[in-house]
Design a protein around this ligand. Sequence first.
Ligand code: GUN
Length: 293
Amino acid sequence: MKLIDGKETAKLIKAEIAKEVAKMIDNDDKNPHLAAVLVGDDPASQTYVSGKEKACKEVGIISSIYRLPFETTEKEVLELVEFLNKDAEIDGFIVQLPLPKHIDENKVIQSISPSKDVDGFHPVNIGRMALNLPSYISATPFGILQLMERYHIETEGKQVVVLGRSHIVGSPMSILLSRKAYPGDATVTLCHSRTKNIKEITKKADILIVALGQKGFVTEDMVKKGAIVIDVGIHRIPSLETKSGFRLVGDVDFENVSKKASMITPVPGGVGPMTIVSLLLNTMKAAKREIYL
Ligand code: GUN
């Protein structure tokens, strides 16, 4: 069994980005600039945004964080989005989700200029992705594609099973791997909460991508010997062995499934570290006007 090391891969890609940023600055080109909008004080969102800020600093990308109070109105958020759409200094930006309930997330996402939507959440970017046109691909699916490329995982003609149909992971993942591309050209089955006989389906998978949000859902009896397993889940469980009093586990029973898989992503240190790197890569594409001229 070979471990797919997201932590190490993320480190390598960050070093490449840092080199590229330094070169852009040396050439008097520009310094890539990412902005993030954070509304309210959701602790997980604060942690994510701080992580993004730190990663930008590591590679030399400028980051501006707009922290707004919980009470901010939808109109005020839309006005800030409009300001960022127009600000030539900002190459790309994200609005951290979830937003407070009184703000319509879809309306906010749809107000972001697709050319600055480095989260890849705007319907135009999702549509372009489905049509295999240049687009921003959202962080988790893009991170998984990077891992597949770096580990030379063959996808052409393979049976891929995706568990979970979320708009930000399962659904785009199924579209991406069925495209005529590499990674892609796979035969993809998308399973969800209404799927019957899930085990019969997962047992046929050459590549199993799990993004259901259910701790330890995938057990060894559900996996074919030699399969490649990508675990997107992240759950905190109490632990007496760590200082913090908890540890992280995924949607896959790693201990047992890893004995059967040919390659597997650990949790933590698998898909997770790749997501922020994806955002940095998208910001670089924005700064270089690679997707939208
Ligand atoms: N909330 C959880 N994941 C994400 C993400 O990738 N982008 C944004 N904007 N919000 C999130």
